[in-house]
Ligand binder design. Structure first.
Ligand code: KIV
Ligand code: NA
Length: 275
């Protein structure tokens, strides 16, 4: 299994890191088979798998359930779990207790937290307590209410400068890696050059040290509309609806189940029934 040290070495060797989200057993199993470098149990689970319209309703219990399922599917892959909305803001004690559940009870190898400001101290406390932390700057979906929507961040020089400062603070606080979401590619290039920890981009251009995509977006699974930065490598939804549609027709036409999917008993046994 690759560890935080390996991700650092990959950055130094200019070897790109491929990360994706997974929320369950089959997805993590397939991701590991396909050679993914690390798996994120993202709180995007709330949107793509649970049907919420933001990540805000996702709970710690949700993240524990999904992390356990992911770990059962991927035995040899580093798993990072998102700390959900308001589970790392109330106090240091609360943050540490919540992270402990994700690590000890659910089996995550690291946690991810969004933002800078007060979160910087939480990153220090978590790291000092032995919890590897991934930061997340730029578009931070848990703050969608404050940001006023899902928009590209860091587009003007003041915002870009602030993001660079924040990124440095995330590194100084001890994070082993940083996600940059939905920012101009030139800004990603600056941050990736300024930081020694690997920077993983989503909607942040190809200068990042690695990329992350949401599983359902990547394979086109149950998502109607995807953001500009998503590349869909498959359209699984249409295969699924075709398969289910065919099943429905065959049931109605009594074509399924056929003999090859049915069991039989011996004639003499049948004769004995009610006999
Ligand atoms: O929850 C998630 O999927 C994420 C990635 C987009 C980085 O945080
Ligand atoms: Na997330």
């Amino acid at each position: 299994m690759k560890t935080t040290k390996d991700f650092l070495k990959m950055k130094q060797a200019k070897e790109k890191i491929a990360m994706m989200t997974a929320y369950d057993f089959p997805a993590s199993k397939l991701a590991e088979q396909a050679g993914i470098d690390l798996i994120l149990v993202g709180d995007s689970v709330g949107m793509v798998a649970l049907g919420y319209d933001s990540t805000v309703p996702v709970t710690l219990e949700d993240m524990i359930l999904h992390t356990k399922a992911v770990r059962r599917g991927a035995h040899d892959t580093f798993v990072v779990t998102d700390m959900p909305f308001m589970t790392y803001h109330i106090s240091d004690e609360d943050t540490l207790a919540n992270a402990a559940r994700l690590i000890q009870e659910a089996g995550a190898h690291a946690v991810k937290v969004e933002g800078a400001g007060d979160v910087i101290n939480r990153i220090s406390r978590l790291t000092a307590s032995g919890v590897p932390v991934m930061g997340h700057l730029g578009l931070t979906p848990q703050s969608v209410g404050v940001l006023g929507g899902y928009k590209v961040q860091g587009k003007d020089s003041a915002a870009a400068e602030q993001l660079i400062k924040d990124a440095k603070k995330v590194e100084e606080a001890g994070a082993f890696s940083l996600v940059l979401e939905c920012i101009p590619k030139q800004l990603t290039e600056i941050v990736a050059a300024e930081l020694s920890i690997p920077v993983i981009g989503i909607g942040a251009g190809n200068a990042a040290d690695g990329q992350v995509l949401v599983y359902h977006d990547l394979i086109g699974y149950g998502v109607d509309r995807v953001p500009k930065f998503v590349k869909q490598y498959a359209s699984i939804s249409s295969e699924i609806t075709e398969a289910i549609g065919q099943y429905v027709s065959e049931v109605k036409a009594v074509q399924f189940p056929g003999d090859e999917h049915s069991f039989t008993m011996k004639e003499e046994q049948l004769a004995g029934v009610y006999g």
